[in-house]
Design a protein around this ligand. Structure first.
Ligand code: PLP
Length: 404
């Protein structure tokens, strides 16, 4: 009876993220191996507060994140930890940056410290602003740097903003570069940004929440050009790595600083004798889900070669959609396509583009989302579900009608 209720009362009210024609936000996949991982994790009901409260939970998280790091071609000096979302991981990356900037907020609180500044492009995800709210840095101290015509942060504008702030007595704390922006998938020029961060002694945070998994494919390894400069890096297996929500990874080459920001001399009830990793020392939470289980099952079951093929398939579908849209006189492609995201507008104007989005979503044929570029209302098609085929993507073209 309850299952009948679930079908009749709950399912009609969901937005079906696991559907192959879901193209909104970033399309994701709760793969079979990942779903089994969630089931096992739920059945075991472990809480990895400390290493001893389930040694396999901590050990598998450490091992699976080293495998993922190597599979993505990231530097081998990175420490990894799984948290729920990229937003929380960026919060932690910037918390470590705040610690490294010498603002001893953990001990003294916010009173009387230096004014800290965080730099990111105008196309950075809003989670950087939220981290600044949560860390007491303040929204006014997030400097949104101008981007170029392809929506990439301009290093010359970054340099100028830092110089202006130093002259005004403000303290640069962190630069956040985005590799795969939310609106278009654009990639900030990390080698130039990293060189500035190094020269200025500023923590470099990298948000690769969406595009990071593309680096499984050797032909997309260029994504990490300049990654040696990064102090912290975020990527989300729950976005483009077939792992069910939630599973987001934070890597850092300075785990000592992250630990310094959050570890305490533990109270008696959390004191243990082992010298092992206690992940509670690297963030706010004590309790910890066994998220590594689903990530490990996804990597093991599908294998890297298969995962690469699926990712290449998504990019190929996006390329084909871009080509088809490019042939139409009534459509304007609004951004260069880098990965699986195609952004376009109707030449007839914002009202027509918005009406198209409403029509597609109301029809149930597909689900798409919108963004704003150069002041224009744009439609975003993000391809990333494991079951998506051309016949699903083609529904976008069908909804445009015969057109020109
Ligand atoms: N960073 C980027 C570039 C994103 O596109 C997103 C979400 O789409 C996020 C961060 C936030 O991700 P999460 O929902 O895991 O916090």
């Amino acid at each position: 009876e309850l299952f009948a209720d679930f079908r009749e009362s709950i399912l009609p009210g969901i937005t079906h993220w696991n559907h192959p024609a879901f193209f909104a936000y970033f399309a994701i996949t709760g793969s079979q191996a990942g779903v089994l991982g969630e089931l096992l994790s739920g059945a075991l009901n472990l809480n990895g507060m400390l290493w001893r409260t389930s040694p396999a939970l901590t050990e598998l998280e450490t091992v699976a994140l080293a495998w993922l790091r190597d599979a993505l071609g990231l530097p081998d000096n990175l420490f990894g930890i799984i948290n729920d979302t990229a937003s929380m991981n960026s919060f932690y990356g910037l918390a470590a940056a705040r610690q490294a900037a010498g603002a001893d907020v953990r001990t003294k609180g916010l009173s009387g410290g230096p004014v800290l500044r965080v730099y990111c492009s105008e196309h950075a995800h809003s989670s950087i602003d939220k981290a600044a709210i949560g860390l007491g840095i303040g929204l006014d101290n997030v400097v949104h740097i101008q981007s170029d015509d392809a929506y990439r942060m301009r290093p010359d504008a970054l340099e100028a903003a830092i110089a202006r702030d130093r002259a005004a007595g403000l303290r640069p704390c962190a630069i956040s570069a985005t590799l795969g922006t939310t609106s278009t998938g654009s990639v900030d020029p990390l080698p130039a940004i990293g060189a500035i961060a190094q020269r200025e002694g500023i923590w470099l945070h990298v948000d690769a929440a969406y595009a990071g998994p593309a680096a499984l494919c050797p032909e997309y390894r260029w994504l990490w050009d300049g990654i040696g400069y990064a102090d912290s890096i975020v990527t989300n297996p729950h976005k483009w790595l077939f792992t069910p929500v939630d599973c987001a990874v934070l890597y850092t080459k300075r785990p000592d600083v992250l630990r310094e920001a959050f570890s305490l001399l533990p109270p008696a009830y959390l004191t243990t004798s082992e010298s092992a990793i206690n992940y509670m020392d690297y963030g706010l939470q004590l309790g910890r889900r066994f998220r590594a289980l689903k990530l490990w099952l996804v990597l093991e079951h599908y294998g890297l070669e298969h995962l690469r093929e699926v990712i290449r398939g998504h990019i190929g579908l996006a390329r084909r959609l871009e080509e088809e849209l490019g042939k139409r006189d009534d459509v304007e492609l609004m951004a260069p396509r880098t990965f699986g995201v195609v952004v376009f507008a109707l030449k007839a104007g914002d009202a027509a583009t918005e009406a198209l989005l409403q029509r597609i979503n109301a029809s149930g044929a597909a689900f798409v989302s919108n963004t704003k570029l150069k002041g224009r209302y744009c439609l975003r098609v993000a391809i990333g579900n494991g079951a998506t085929e051309w016949r699903h993507v083609e529904r976008i073209l069908d909804s445009l009608g015969a057109g020109q």
